[in-house]
Write a protein that binds this ligand. Structure first.
Ligand SMILES: [Zn+2]
Ligand SMILES: [Zn+2]
Length: 151
């Protein structure tokens, strides 16, 4: 399944009889058009540039609502703030252990096989989350630079 655009998602919601207020539309649009996986606070900061009157509570409510409607996803990381993902297709993530950046990558090609194994176990899958942890390009570059200058 391909990632749905903002206009597709909005049309989907409309066809289900769901209408979003302009503030909520802007939040959905931001998440659909960014490659980043922002926290609620980051969404609040970004949307606040356009709607200075918006409250953090409205942002949280909207994110929860959009998540329940299935148009965005929430990635929770224990004690650290959840990140929100406008990419509603099945995909995997690269998570940087240093700066917390989350990048999308296509699901591995053996995904179909995994689904088959799950079915064999008599398990009904609702969703899954696949994450690879490591160091992002900019943190790696930074570390290399520091090492070179430490010696
Ligand atoms: Zn990083
Ligand atoms: Zn993602």
């Amino acid at each position: 399944m391909k990632r749905k655009s903002y206009t597709q998602s909005l049309a989907d919601l409309k066809s289900r009889g769901i209408r979003l207020t302009p503030q909520r539309q802007v939040i959905l649009q931001y998440l659909k058009e960014t490659e980043e996986h922002p926290t609620a606070e980051q969404v609040y900061q970004k949307i606040g540039e356009q709607f200075p009157g918006i409250s953090l509570a409205t942002v949280y409510n909207t994110l929860n609502m959009l998540k329940e409607l299935g148009v965005i996803r929430e990635l929770s990381y224990g004690d650290v703030s959840s990140r929100f993902d406008g990419n509603d297709s099945e995909h995997a993530h690269l998570v940087c252990e240093h700066c917390g950046q989350v990048l999308d990558i296509a699901s591995p090609p053996d995904e179909a096989l995994i689904t088959q194994n799950v079915q064999q176990a008599g398990f009904t899958l609702s969703s899954y989350r696949l994450e690879y942890y490591g160091t992002c390009a900019s943190c790696h570059e930074h570390a290399t630079y520091q090492n070179e200058h430490a010696s």
